[in-house]
Design a protein around this ligand. Structure first.
Ligand code: ZN
Ligand code: CU
Length: 500
Protein backbone atom coordinates (compact mmCIF):
# COMPACT_ATOMS: atom_id res chain seq x y z
CA UNK A 1 0.00 0.00 0.00
CA UNK A 2 1.37 3.41 -0.96
CA UNK A 3 1.56 5.86 1.93
CA UNK A 4 1.05 9.56 1.28
CA UNK A 5 3.82 10.17 3.80
CA UNK A 6 7.45 9.84 2.90
CA UNK A 7 8.08 7.75 6.02
CA UNK A 8 6.09 5.49 8.30
CA UNK A 9 7.75 6.95 11.38
CA UNK A 10 10.03 9.86 12.19
CA UNK A 11 11.59 10.15 15.65
CA UNK A 12 12.46 13.84 15.93
CA UNK A 13 15.07 15.84 17.74
CA UNK A 14 16.56 13.20 20.02
CA UNK A 15 20.18 12.51 20.82
CA UNK A 16 20.94 9.59 18.57
CA UNK A 17 23.38 6.93 19.80
CA UNK A 18 24.28 4.72 16.87
CA UNK A 19 25.39 1.71 18.92
CA UNK A 20 29.05 1.85 17.87
CA UNK A 21 30.13 3.58 21.07
CA UNK A 22 30.36 6.99 19.37
CA UNK A 23 28.96 9.97 21.28
CA UNK A 24 25.33 10.85 20.64
CA UNK A 25 24.41 13.43 18.03
CA UNK A 26 21.23 15.49 17.76
CA UNK A 27 19.01 14.44 14.92
CA UNK A 28 15.99 12.65 13.50
CA UNK A 29 15.56 8.99 12.61
CA UNK A 30 13.20 8.08 9.77
CA UNK A 31 11.75 4.60 9.34
CA UNK A 32 9.99 2.96 6.41
CA UNK A 33 8.63 -0.54 6.81
CA UNK A 34 10.99 -2.50 9.02
CA UNK A 35 14.07 -0.42 8.20
CA UNK A 36 15.81 2.77 9.21
CA UNK A 37 16.07 4.81 6.02
CA UNK A 38 17.36 8.25 6.99
CA UNK A 39 19.22 9.81 9.90
CA UNK A 40 20.09 13.43 10.55
CA UNK A 41 17.93 16.36 9.53
CA UNK A 42 14.78 14.77 8.10
CA UNK A 43 12.44 17.30 6.48
CA UNK A 44 9.67 15.05 5.10
CA UNK A 45 6.94 13.97 7.47
CA UNK A 46 6.18 10.51 8.75
CA UNK A 47 2.74 8.92 9.07
CA UNK A 48 3.66 8.81 12.75
CA UNK A 49 5.97 11.21 14.51
CA UNK A 50 7.58 10.97 17.94
CA UNK A 51 9.01 14.03 19.63
CA UNK A 52 12.25 12.86 21.22
CA UNK A 53 13.56 16.25 22.37
CA UNK A 54 15.68 15.74 25.47
CA UNK A 55 15.61 11.97 25.02
CA UNK A 56 18.12 9.36 23.85
CA UNK A 57 17.42 7.35 20.71
CA UNK A 58 19.36 4.09 20.56
CA UNK A 59 19.30 0.70 18.88
CA UNK A 60 16.98 -1.66 20.75
CA UNK A 61 18.83 -3.60 23.41
CA UNK A 62 20.04 -7.11 22.69
CA UNK A 63 19.76 -9.47 25.62
CA UNK A 64 22.55 -11.91 24.86
CA UNK A 65 21.80 -14.03 27.88
CA UNK A 66 18.20 -15.12 28.12
CA UNK A 67 16.31 -18.24 29.07
CA UNK A 68 13.19 -17.19 27.18
CA UNK A 69 13.16 -20.05 24.65
CA UNK A 70 9.74 -21.25 25.82
CA UNK A 71 8.52 -17.90 27.16
CA UNK A 72 8.50 -16.39 23.66
CA UNK A 73 6.11 -19.15 22.57
CA UNK A 74 3.97 -19.23 25.73
CA UNK A 75 3.85 -15.52 26.48
CA UNK A 76 4.61 -13.86 23.13
CA UNK A 77 3.97 -10.31 24.39
CA UNK A 78 7.16 -10.71 26.44
CA UNK A 79 6.40 -7.65 28.58
CA UNK A 80 9.32 -8.15 30.95
CA UNK A 81 11.78 -7.71 28.09
CA UNK A 82 9.99 -5.29 25.78
CA UNK A 83 9.26 -2.81 28.57
CA UNK A 84 12.97 -2.48 29.38
CA UNK A 85 13.85 -1.77 25.76
CA UNK A 86 14.98 -5.24 24.73
CA UNK A 87 14.21 -5.86 21.06
CA UNK A 88 16.23 -9.07 20.53
CA UNK A 89 16.53 -11.94 22.95
CA UNK A 90 19.22 -14.65 22.66
CA UNK A 91 17.96 -17.88 24.20
CA UNK A 92 19.57 -21.23 24.73
CA UNK A 93 22.10 -20.10 27.32
CA UNK A 94 23.79 -22.14 30.06
CA UNK A 95 23.38 -25.39 28.13
CA UNK A 96 19.58 -25.22 28.34
CA UNK A 97 18.46 -25.69 24.77
CA UNK A 98 15.34 -26.59 22.84
CA UNK A 99 16.79 -29.55 20.91
CA UNK A 100 16.05 -32.36 20.98
CA UNK A 101 12.47 -31.43 21.79
CA UNK A 102 11.90 -33.90 24.66
CA UNK A 103 15.10 -32.86 26.44
CA UNK A 104 14.20 -29.19 25.96
CA UNK A 105 10.74 -29.82 27.37
CA UNK A 106 12.20 -31.31 30.56
CA UNK A 107 14.51 -28.32 30.95
CA UNK A 108 11.97 -25.62 30.37
CA UNK A 109 9.17 -27.19 32.39
CA UNK A 110 11.26 -26.17 35.40
CA UNK A 111 10.33 -22.59 34.48
CA UNK A 112 6.91 -23.30 32.96
CA UNK A 113 5.53 -26.41 34.72
CA UNK A 114 2.42 -26.62 32.51
CA UNK A 115 4.14 -26.03 29.17
CA UNK A 116 2.84 -28.28 26.43
CA UNK A 117 3.95 -26.74 23.14
CA UNK A 118 3.46 -28.39 19.76
CA UNK A 119 6.70 -30.35 19.22
CA UNK A 120 9.35 -29.17 16.79
CA UNK A 121 12.05 -30.85 14.83
CA UNK A 122 15.53 -29.41 15.29
CA UNK A 123 16.56 -25.80 15.60
CA UNK A 124 15.06 -25.03 12.22
CA UNK A 125 11.71 -26.30 13.49
CA UNK A 126 12.00 -24.26 16.68
CA UNK A 127 12.78 -21.05 14.78
CA UNK A 128 9.70 -21.67 12.61
CA UNK A 129 7.62 -21.97 15.79
CA UNK A 130 9.00 -18.60 16.87
CA UNK A 131 7.87 -17.04 13.61
CA UNK A 132 4.42 -18.64 14.02
CA UNK A 133 4.12 -17.36 17.60
CA UNK A 134 4.92 -13.79 16.46
CA UNK A 135 6.44 -12.63 19.75
CA UNK A 136 6.96 -8.94 20.50
CA UNK A 137 10.75 -9.40 20.50
CA UNK A 138 13.13 -10.87 17.96
CA UNK A 139 14.56 -14.22 18.98
CA UNK A 140 17.94 -15.79 18.29
CA UNK A 141 18.98 -19.08 19.80
CA UNK A 142 22.04 -20.89 21.05
CA UNK A 143 22.27 -24.68 20.96
CA UNK A 144 22.27 -25.83 24.57
CA UNK A 145 24.74 -28.66 25.11
CA UNK A 146 22.98 -29.88 28.28
CA UNK A 147 19.88 -30.68 26.25
CA UNK A 148 21.89 -32.28 23.45
CA UNK A 149 23.69 -34.49 25.96
CA UNK A 150 20.50 -35.43 27.74
CA UNK A 151 18.94 -36.36 24.40
CA UNK A 152 21.91 -38.48 23.37
CA UNK A 153 23.12 -40.00 26.65
CA UNK A 154 20.47 -39.28 29.27
CA UNK A 155 21.75 -38.22 32.67
CA UNK A 156 24.53 -40.76 32.86
CA UNK A 157 27.87 -39.69 34.25
CA UNK A 158 30.24 -40.95 31.58
CA UNK A 159 31.84 -40.10 28.26
CA UNK A 160 29.71 -40.37 25.13
CA UNK A 161 30.19 -43.37 22.88
CA UNK A 162 31.23 -42.67 19.32
CA UNK A 163 27.62 -43.02 18.19
CA UNK A 164 26.34 -40.71 20.91
CA UNK A 165 28.93 -38.09 20.02
CA UNK A 166 27.91 -38.40 16.36
CA UNK A 167 24.27 -37.86 17.35
CA UNK A 168 25.15 -34.65 19.18
CA UNK A 169 27.35 -33.49 16.30
CA UNK A 170 24.49 -34.04 13.90
CA UNK A 171 22.21 -31.82 15.99
CA UNK A 172 24.89 -29.11 16.04
CA UNK A 173 25.28 -29.26 12.26
CA UNK A 174 21.52 -28.93 11.85
CA UNK A 175 21.54 -25.91 14.17
CA UNK A 176 24.37 -24.25 12.28
CA UNK A 177 22.52 -24.54 9.00
CA UNK A 178 19.21 -23.46 10.57
CA UNK A 179 20.81 -20.25 11.84
CA UNK A 180 21.50 -20.86 15.54
CA UNK A 181 24.05 -18.34 16.81
CA UNK A 182 26.30 -20.81 18.59
CA UNK A 183 26.73 -23.58 21.13
CA UNK A 184 26.27 -23.05 24.87
CA UNK A 185 27.29 -25.15 27.84
CA UNK A 186 26.21 -25.22 31.47
CA UNK A 187 29.07 -27.01 33.17
CA UNK A 188 27.69 -26.86 36.70
CA UNK A 189 24.42 -28.44 35.63
CA UNK A 190 23.10 -31.95 35.11
CA UNK A 191 24.02 -33.49 32.77
CA UNK A 192 26.30 -30.95 31.04
CA UNK A 193 28.84 -31.13 33.85
CA UNK A 194 29.72 -34.71 32.94
CA UNK A 195 31.26 -33.52 29.69
CA UNK A 196 35.02 -33.45 29.53
CA UNK A 197 36.76 -30.63 27.69
CA UNK A 198 37.40 -32.75 24.59
CA UNK A 199 33.69 -33.53 24.16
CA UNK A 200 32.93 -29.82 24.05
CA UNK A 201 35.80 -29.10 21.66
CA UNK A 202 34.52 -31.84 19.36
CA UNK A 203 31.04 -30.32 19.31
CA UNK A 204 32.26 -26.73 18.97
CA UNK A 205 34.33 -27.80 15.96
CA UNK A 206 31.06 -28.66 14.23
CA UNK A 207 30.33 -24.93 14.17
CA UNK A 208 32.87 -24.95 11.36
CA UNK A 209 34.82 -21.86 12.41
CA UNK A 210 33.90 -18.33 13.47
CA UNK A 211 31.24 -17.78 10.81
CA UNK A 212 29.31 -20.76 12.18
CA UNK A 213 28.69 -19.22 15.58
CA UNK A 214 30.32 -18.86 18.97
CA UNK A 215 30.89 -20.92 22.08
CA UNK A 216 29.09 -19.48 25.13
CA UNK A 217 29.62 -20.99 28.53
CA UNK A 218 28.32 -21.06 32.05
CA UNK A 219 31.68 -22.27 33.24
CA UNK A 220 32.43 -25.25 35.45
CA UNK A 221 33.31 -23.04 38.35
CA UNK A 222 32.68 -19.39 39.22
CA UNK A 223 34.07 -19.70 42.73
CA UNK A 224 37.34 -21.24 43.97
CA UNK A 225 38.04 -22.67 40.52
CA UNK A 226 37.19 -19.54 38.52
CA UNK A 227 40.56 -19.08 36.84
CA UNK A 228 40.88 -22.69 35.69
CA UNK A 229 37.35 -22.47 34.33
CA UNK A 230 38.21 -19.37 32.33
CA UNK A 231 41.29 -21.19 31.01
CA UNK A 232 39.12 -24.11 29.95
CA UNK A 233 36.65 -21.84 28.14
CA UNK A 234 39.46 -20.14 26.25
CA UNK A 235 41.10 -23.49 25.43
CA UNK A 236 37.82 -24.77 24.00
CA UNK A 237 37.53 -21.71 21.76
CA UNK A 238 41.13 -22.05 20.63
CA UNK A 239 40.86 -25.80 20.16
CA UNK A 240 37.71 -25.50 18.07
CA UNK A 241 38.65 -22.27 16.31
CA UNK A 242 35.54 -20.38 17.38
CA UNK A 243 34.85 -17.18 19.36
CA UNK A 244 34.16 -17.49 23.10
CA UNK A 245 31.53 -15.82 25.27
CA UNK A 246 31.92 -16.19 29.02
CA UNK A 247 28.44 -16.05 30.51
CA UNK A 248 27.62 -13.90 33.53
CA UNK A 249 31.23 -13.17 34.39
CA UNK A 250 31.67 -13.02 38.17
CA UNK A 251 33.54 -14.34 41.19
CA UNK A 252 31.28 -16.18 43.63
CA UNK A 253 31.92 -16.58 47.32
CA UNK A 254 33.51 -14.06 49.66
CA UNK A 255 36.96 -15.63 49.60
CA UNK A 256 37.03 -15.22 45.81
CA UNK A 257 36.01 -11.60 45.73
CA UNK A 258 38.49 -9.55 43.75
CA UNK A 259 39.50 -12.47 41.56
CA UNK A 260 37.68 -10.96 38.59
CA UNK A 261 40.80 -8.86 38.09
CA UNK A 262 42.70 -12.08 37.38
CA UNK A 263 39.97 -13.57 35.21
CA UNK A 264 39.79 -10.34 33.20
CA UNK A 265 43.58 -10.51 32.80
CA UNK A 266 43.22 -14.04 31.36
CA UNK A 267 40.69 -12.70 28.87
CA UNK A 268 43.02 -9.85 27.93
CA UNK A 269 45.95 -12.26 27.46
CA UNK A 270 43.91 -14.52 25.21
CA UNK A 271 42.70 -11.56 23.17
CA UNK A 272 46.29 -10.36 22.80
CA UNK A 273 47.15 -13.66 21.10
CA UNK A 274 44.16 -13.36 18.80
CA UNK A 275 41.40 -15.32 20.53
CA UNK A 276 38.00 -13.59 20.31
CA UNK A 277 36.90 -13.82 23.96
CA UNK A 278 34.24 -11.58 25.47
CA UNK A 279 31.79 -11.91 28.34
CA UNK A 280 28.39 -10.85 29.52
CA UNK A 281 27.15 -9.65 32.89
CA UNK A 282 23.97 -8.82 34.76
CA UNK A 283 24.27 -5.76 37.03
CA UNK A 284 23.51 -7.28 40.44
CA UNK A 285 25.39 -8.92 43.32
CA UNK A 286 22.96 -11.86 43.42
CA UNK A 287 22.65 -14.69 40.94
CA UNK A 288 19.75 -17.04 40.35
CA UNK A 289 19.57 -20.71 39.55
CA UNK A 290 17.69 -23.86 40.44
CA UNK A 291 17.89 -24.98 44.05
CA UNK A 292 18.57 -28.53 42.88
CA UNK A 293 21.73 -27.28 41.15
CA UNK A 294 22.79 -25.44 44.29
CA UNK A 295 22.56 -28.69 46.25
CA UNK A 296 24.27 -30.74 43.53
CA UNK A 297 27.19 -28.33 43.60
CA UNK A 298 27.74 -28.85 47.32
CA UNK A 299 27.09 -25.19 48.15
CA UNK A 300 25.85 -26.02 51.66
CA UNK A 301 28.85 -28.20 52.48
CA UNK A 302 31.80 -26.64 54.24
CA UNK A 303 34.31 -29.23 53.02
CA UNK A 304 34.02 -29.15 49.25
CA UNK A 305 31.87 -26.42 47.77
CA UNK A 306 31.71 -26.63 43.99
CA UNK A 307 31.15 -24.22 41.15
CA UNK A 308 28.85 -21.88 43.04
CA UNK A 309 30.98 -21.51 46.14
CA UNK A 310 29.71 -21.93 49.67
CA UNK A 311 26.30 -20.59 50.63
CA UNK A 312 24.65 -19.89 53.97
CA UNK A 313 20.87 -20.13 54.34
CA UNK A 314 20.48 -16.37 54.71
CA UNK A 315 22.09 -15.83 51.31
CA UNK A 316 19.48 -17.88 49.51
CA UNK A 317 16.06 -16.45 48.67
CA UNK A 318 13.31 -18.69 47.27
CA UNK A 319 12.17 -17.21 43.93
CA UNK A 320 9.74 -19.82 42.66
CA UNK A 321 8.17 -22.82 44.39
CA UNK A 322 5.17 -23.99 42.35
CA UNK A 323 2.46 -25.16 44.75
CA UNK A 324 4.10 -23.39 47.69
CA UNK A 325 3.76 -19.66 47.12
CA UNK A 326 4.17 -19.12 50.88
CA UNK A 327 7.86 -20.02 50.49
CA UNK A 328 8.46 -17.52 47.72
CA UNK A 329 10.30 -14.47 48.96
CA UNK A 330 11.53 -16.32 52.07
CA UNK A 331 15.17 -17.03 52.78
CA UNK A 332 16.26 -20.60 53.17
CA UNK A 333 17.47 -19.64 56.65
CA UNK A 334 13.96 -18.68 57.70
CA UNK A 335 12.48 -21.92 56.35
CA UNK A 336 15.27 -23.87 58.04
CA UNK A 337 14.57 -22.10 61.32
CA UNK A 338 10.88 -22.87 61.12
CA UNK A 339 11.58 -26.51 60.34
CA UNK A 340 14.41 -26.84 62.82
CA UNK A 341 16.78 -27.98 60.10
CA UNK A 342 20.14 -26.81 58.81
CA UNK A 343 20.15 -24.94 55.50
CA UNK A 344 21.21 -27.96 53.45
CA UNK A 345 18.46 -30.16 54.89
CA UNK A 346 15.87 -27.42 54.39
CA UNK A 347 16.96 -27.15 50.76
CA UNK A 348 16.60 -30.93 50.36
CA UNK A 349 13.11 -30.70 51.79
CA UNK A 350 12.08 -27.95 49.37
CA UNK A 351 13.43 -29.89 46.38
CA UNK A 352 11.81 -33.11 47.60
CA UNK A 353 8.50 -31.22 47.63
CA UNK A 354 8.56 -29.08 44.47
CA UNK A 355 11.33 -30.80 42.50
CA UNK A 356 13.66 -28.86 40.24
CA UNK A 357 11.03 -26.20 39.51
CA UNK A 358 12.36 -24.32 42.54
CA UNK A 359 14.57 -21.40 41.52
CA UNK A 360 16.47 -19.38 44.07
CA UNK A 361 18.31 -16.08 44.26
CA UNK A 362 21.80 -16.40 45.68
CA UNK A 363 23.73 -13.47 47.15
CA UNK A 364 27.28 -14.43 46.26
CA UNK A 365 29.02 -11.44 44.66
CA UNK A 366 30.92 -8.32 45.57
CA UNK A 367 29.72 -4.91 44.42
CA UNK A 368 33.25 -3.81 43.55
CA UNK A 369 33.62 -6.87 41.31
CA UNK A 370 30.38 -6.01 39.54
CA UNK A 371 31.81 -2.59 38.71
CA UNK A 372 35.22 -3.93 37.74
CA UNK A 373 33.66 -6.39 35.27
CA UNK A 374 31.28 -3.76 33.90
CA UNK A 375 34.04 -1.23 33.32
CA UNK A 376 36.09 -3.74 31.33
CA UNK A 377 35.80 -3.36 27.54
CA UNK A 378 35.09 -7.06 26.96
CA UNK A 379 31.81 -7.06 28.90
CA UNK A 380 28.39 -6.85 27.29
CA UNK A 381 25.07 -6.94 29.09
CA UNK A 382 22.86 -10.02 29.41
CA UNK A 383 20.01 -10.31 31.87
CA UNK A 384 20.15 -14.06 32.63
CA UNK A 385 16.51 -13.50 33.57
CA UNK A 386 14.65 -16.68 34.49
CA UNK A 387 11.00 -16.34 33.45
CA UNK A 388 9.38 -18.29 36.27
CA UNK A 389 6.31 -17.62 38.37
CA UNK A 390 6.69 -16.37 41.93
CA UNK A 391 9.25 -13.68 42.64
CA UNK A 392 11.96 -14.04 40.01
CA UNK A 393 15.29 -12.24 40.24
CA UNK A 394 14.58 -8.58 39.39
CA UNK A 395 17.06 -8.74 36.49
CA UNK A 396 14.25 -10.29 34.47
CA UNK A 397 12.47 -6.90 34.46
CA UNK A 398 15.17 -4.38 35.29
CA UNK A 399 18.59 -5.41 33.95
CA UNK A 400 19.09 -2.90 31.14
CA UNK A 401 17.49 0.03 32.95
CA UNK A 402 19.66 -0.68 35.98
CA UNK A 403 22.84 -0.39 33.93
CA UNK A 404 21.71 2.90 32.36
CA UNK A 405 20.25 4.45 35.51
CA UNK A 406 22.22 3.14 38.45
CA UNK A 407 25.59 2.36 36.90
CA UNK A 408 25.79 5.00 34.15
CA UNK A 409 23.95 8.02 35.57
CA UNK A 410 24.42 7.55 39.30
CA UNK A 411 27.67 5.65 39.67
CA UNK A 412 29.39 6.74 36.43
CA UNK A 413 30.94 3.32 35.90
CA UNK A 414 30.41 3.67 32.15
CA UNK A 415 29.66 6.49 29.75
CA UNK A 416 26.18 6.36 28.27
CA UNK A 417 27.43 5.79 24.70
CA UNK A 418 29.69 2.96 25.91
CA UNK A 419 26.90 1.29 27.87
CA UNK A 420 24.60 1.47 24.85
CA UNK A 421 27.32 -0.09 22.69
CA UNK A 422 27.66 -2.98 25.16
CA UNK A 423 23.91 -3.64 24.79
CA UNK A 424 23.64 -3.17 21.03
CA UNK A 425 26.42 -2.94 18.44
CA UNK A 426 28.88 -5.08 20.37
CA UNK A 427 26.56 -8.07 20.92
CA UNK A 428 25.10 -7.78 17.41
CA UNK A 429 28.59 -8.15 15.93
CA UNK A 430 29.63 -10.97 18.22
CA UNK A 431 26.42 -12.98 17.79
CA UNK A 432 26.19 -12.25 14.04
CA UNK A 433 22.81 -10.53 14.28
CA UNK A 434 23.15 -8.89 10.90
CA UNK A 435 21.54 -5.47 10.45
CA UNK A 436 20.74 -5.12 14.14
CA UNK A 437 22.29 -3.29 17.07
CA UNK A 438 23.04 -0.12 15.08
CA UNK A 439 21.20 3.01 14.03
CA UNK A 440 22.24 3.24 10.41
CA UNK A 441 20.51 3.59 7.06
CA UNK A 442 19.35 0.14 5.96
CA UNK A 443 19.48 -1.41 9.43
CA UNK A 444 16.39 -2.95 11.00
CA UNK A 445 14.29 -0.39 12.87
CA UNK A 446 14.77 -1.90 16.32
CA UNK A 447 14.86 1.24 18.45
CA UNK A 448 14.44 2.44 22.01
CA UNK A 449 13.74 6.01 23.05
CA UNK A 450 14.47 6.75 26.70
CA UNK A 451 15.20 9.58 29.10
CA UNK A 452 18.79 9.28 30.35
CA UNK A 453 17.91 11.57 33.27
CA UNK A 454 15.17 9.34 34.66
CA UNK A 455 15.70 5.81 33.37
CA UNK A 456 15.72 3.50 36.38
CA UNK A 457 15.07 -0.07 37.37
CA UNK A 458 12.32 -0.23 39.96
CA UNK A 459 12.08 -4.02 40.20
CA UNK A 460 13.32 -5.23 43.60
CA UNK A 461 13.93 -8.62 45.17
CA UNK A 462 10.71 -8.14 47.14
CA UNK A 463 8.68 -6.75 44.22
CA UNK A 464 10.38 -7.95 41.05
CA UNK A 465 7.49 -7.56 38.62
CA UNK A 466 7.87 -3.85 37.96
CA UNK A 467 8.63 -2.25 34.64
CA UNK A 468 11.47 0.28 34.51
CA UNK A 469 10.92 4.04 34.56
CA UNK A 470 12.08 6.38 31.81
CA UNK A 471 11.47 4.26 28.70
CA UNK A 472 9.46 6.43 26.28
CA UNK A 473 9.02 4.13 23.28
CA UNK A 474 10.28 0.82 21.90
CA UNK A 475 10.15 -0.29 18.25
CA UNK A 476 10.76 -3.76 16.85
CA UNK A 477 11.14 -4.08 13.08
CA UNK A 478 9.63 -0.59 12.75
CA UNK A 479 6.53 -1.35 14.85
CA UNK A 480 5.87 0.31 18.20
CA UNK A 481 5.68 -2.30 20.95
CA UNK A 482 5.80 0.00 24.00
CA UNK A 483 4.91 3.63 24.64
CA UNK A 484 5.04 5.56 27.91
CA UNK A 485 5.26 2.49 30.09
CA UNK A 486 2.51 0.51 28.36
CA UNK A 487 2.75 -2.40 25.96
CA UNK A 488 0.98 -1.66 22.68
CA UNK A 489 0.02 -5.30 22.13
CA UNK A 490 1.98 -5.43 18.86
CA UNK A 491 3.94 -8.60 18.09
CA UNK A 492 6.32 -7.75 15.25
CA UNK A 493 9.24 -9.93 16.39
CA UNK A 494 10.88 -12.59 14.26
CA UNK A 495 13.25 -15.47 14.49
CA UNK A 496 16.72 -14.07 13.83
CA UNK A 497 18.98 -16.50 12.01
CA UNK A 498 22.75 -16.08 12.25
CA UNK A 499 24.20 -13.82 9.59
CA UNK A 500 20.88 -13.33 7.81
ZN1 ZN B 1 24.20 -19.64 33.76
CU1 CU C 1 21.91 -18.37 32.30
Amino acid sequence: MESRHAFDLVIRGGTVYDGTGSAGTMGDVAVRGDRIVEIGHVTARGARELDAAGLAVAPGFIDVHSHDDFAVLLEPLMPFKVMQGVTTDVGGNCGSGVVPFEAGLIRFRRMHPDADPKPWDGFGGYLERVDEARPSVNVAVLMGHGSLRRGAIGIEQRRPTTDELETMKGWVREGVSAGAVGLSTGLIYEPGRYAATDEIVALARELGGPSGGLYATHMRNEADGLLDAVREAIAIGEGAGVPVQISHHKASGRRNWGRVRESLALIDEARARGVDVTADQYPYTAGSTSLAAVIQNGAFRSDSPGGLGQLAGEHVLIASAPGHPEWEGQTLASLAGRWNLDAGSAAERVVATVGDACFVITFTMDETDVRTVMAHPTTMIGSDGVPTGGKPHPRLYGCFARVLGHYVREQRVLKLATAIHRMTGMPAAKFQLTGRGVVRGGAFADLVVFDPATIADVATYEEPRRFPAGIRAVYVNGVEVARNGAHTGARPGRAVRRGR
